[in-house]
Design a protein. Structure first.
Length: 187
C-alpha cells in the first residue's frame, strides 16, 4: 500500500446490530418528531394538526417500512445474500413478504421525480418545511426545538449515517446510485 493510500472500507454482509439500531432509531425518531411537530404546529385548527400529522406519519412509515421492502429491497444484493442483514434490516422483512426481482432494477429506485429515493427524502423534509411554515404563522419555543432536532437528525443522517455507517460498508454500493453520487464506491 502506498503511503497516502487508505485501506478499502470493510463491506458488511451482516451489519452490526448497533448500526441497525442507529439507522432505524434515527429514522423513527425523525418520523415521530416530525408528526408531533406537524400536529403541534397546525393546532390552530381543531382538526388540521391531527389530520396532517397523521397523514405524514402514515406516508413516512408506509414509504420506509412497507413500500421499500415490497419494491426496492427485492432487487437489492442483500436480498440474495444468505444470512445477510442490511443497515435497515428490511432485507429480512422483504424476503418474507416479496418475491425476488432483477438486481438491475435496484438502480431504478433513483429514476424519475416520484422515485423511491425522492419519496424517502420527502419523508425527511416534509416536517421541516411544514414546521417552518407553522412557526411563521405562530411562533412557539417547543416547536422551534422540534425543528432544530429534526434538522440535527437530518444532518446526522447525511454526514454520519450515510457516509460512515451505512453506505460506506454496504455490499450493494457498487449498484446503488446513491452510493455513486456520494462517492463512497471508491472508499
Amino acid at each position: 500500500m502506498a503511503p497516502n493510500e487508505r485501506p478499502k472500507a470493510q463491506l458488511h454482509t451482516r451489519y452490526p446490530w448497533s448500526s441497525v439500531i442507529i439507522y432505524n432509531g434515527t429514522t423513527i425518531a425523525h418520523y415521530v418528531l416530525g408528526g408531533i411537530g406537524i400536529i403541534m404546529g397546525f393546532s390552530f385548527s381543531p382538526w388540521a394538526g391531527y389530520v396532517f400529522g397523521a397523514l405524514y406519519l402514515l406516508f413516512s412509515f408506509m414509504e420506509m417500512y412497507v413500500i421499500m421492502p415490497l419494491t426496492v429491497c427485492p432487487s437489492c444484493a442483500y436480498y440474495r445474500l444468505d444470512n445477510s442483514l442490511c443497515v435497515s434490516g428490511l432485507n429480512v422483512v422483504s424476503r418474507q413478504v416479496a418475491k425476488k426481482k432483477n438486481q438491475k432494477a435496484f438502480a431504478k429506485r433513483a429514476e424519475g421525480p416520484f422515485c423511491f429515493n425522492n419519496m424517502y427524502i420527502a419523508a425527511l423534509v416534509i416536517p421541516i418545511v411544514a414546521i417552518i411554515a407553522a412557526l411563521i404563522v405562530e411562533f412557539s419555543v417547543p416547536l422551534l426545538v422540534i425543528l432544530l432536532s429534526l434538522v440535527i437528525l437530518l444532518l446526522f443522517r447525511f454526514f454520519v449515517i450515510f457516509p460512515k455507517i451505512a453506505c460506506l460498508h454496504c455490499a450493494a454500493k457498487y449498484q446503488c446510485p446513491q452510493a455513486k453520487s456520494m462517492g463512497v464506491r471508491e472508499l
